[in-house]
Write a protein that binds this ligand. Structure first.
Ligand code: AP5
Length: 212
């Protein structure tokens, strides 16, 4: 299974990829997580990408493609979250798949209005221990010790960076919907619904009803 989750910031790509990965036995590959883990490691690459991340700007294509490639080669089955984000990256992904003789199964576009997204991102918390994504109101962190936390806010979840990320999404990433629709790969899912219902709809859309 090779599926791209496409959608604006806060639509729920990370949330859904985490819920789906176990159920369908696929690896969740998030280029945002890859960027943040380089930054945390303090590596030269991390220093190079930190400023882009904190301002909500895209990391240059050649850098992110090189960062993502080893993960694509390593897993047989994946859910790709946050990549590709423009046509150049989509073409680089095609090239990487051609090299290993694989092809995409589907591109799932999660759709939700911008006003909801700002509220979702402002309330997002992520567990430092498990990486699991929560929301203070819609999906609160457990208080029974199931996830020890602490539950922290991302540096780029400040309002200015959120607005900039959404602007870039509409300019550069949203046109990929047409790019993949022309190849018959695009499936759209209403991401305004509750989290479990969105998961159910994605599984149905990719022909995995048995995993609902
Ligand atoms: P990345 O980590 O990918 O961030 P992003 O694109 O801004 O996406 P988000 O993680 O904000 O959104 P999401 O859709 O995953 O939302 P989530 O599930 O968390 O990238 C970070 C940075 O890395 C970029 O800005 C860039 O600098 C760099 N980068 C990464 N990839 C790159 C690339 N390909 N090229 C260049 N640079 C790149 O959900 C959000 C919140 O909403 C959560 O609190 C969740 O609980 C809640 N929620 C989710 N679904 C629902 C629902 N149905 N109802 C109510 N609440 C919900």
């Amino acid at each position: 299974m090779k599926v791209i989750l496409l959608g604006p910031q806060g639509a729920g790509k990370g949330t859904q990829a985490q819920r789906l990965a176990d159920r369908v036995g696929a690896t969740h590959i998030s280029t945002g997580d890859i960027v943040r883990s380089e930054i945390e490691s303090g590596s030269e690459l991390g220093k190079k990408v930190q400023d882009y991340n904190d301002r909500g700007e895209l990391v240059p294509d050649e850098v992110i493609v090189e960062m993502a490639k080893p993960y694509l080669d390593d897993a047989d089955s994946w859910l790709l979250d946050g990549f590709p984000r423009n046509e150049a990256q989509a073409k680089a992904l095609d090239g990487a798949l051609d090299e290993i003789g694989e092809k995409l199964d589907a591109v799932v576009a999660l759709e939700a209005p911008d006003d909801d997204l700002v509220e979702r991102l402002s309330g997002r918390r992520q567990s430092q221990a498990t990486g699991k994504i929560y929301h203070v109101e819609y999906d609160p962190p457990p208080d029974d010790g199931d996830d020890p936390g602490p539950f922290v806010q991302r540096d780029d979840d400040a309002e200015d960076a959120i607005r900039r990320r959404l602007e870039i999404y509409h300019e550069q990433t949203e046109p990929l919907k047409d790019f993949y629709a022309e190849r018959g790969l695009l499936i759209t899912v209403d991401a305004e619904q509750e989290i479990p219902k969105v998961t159910e709809d994605i599984l149905g859309a990719v022909g995995r009803e048995e995993d609902v």
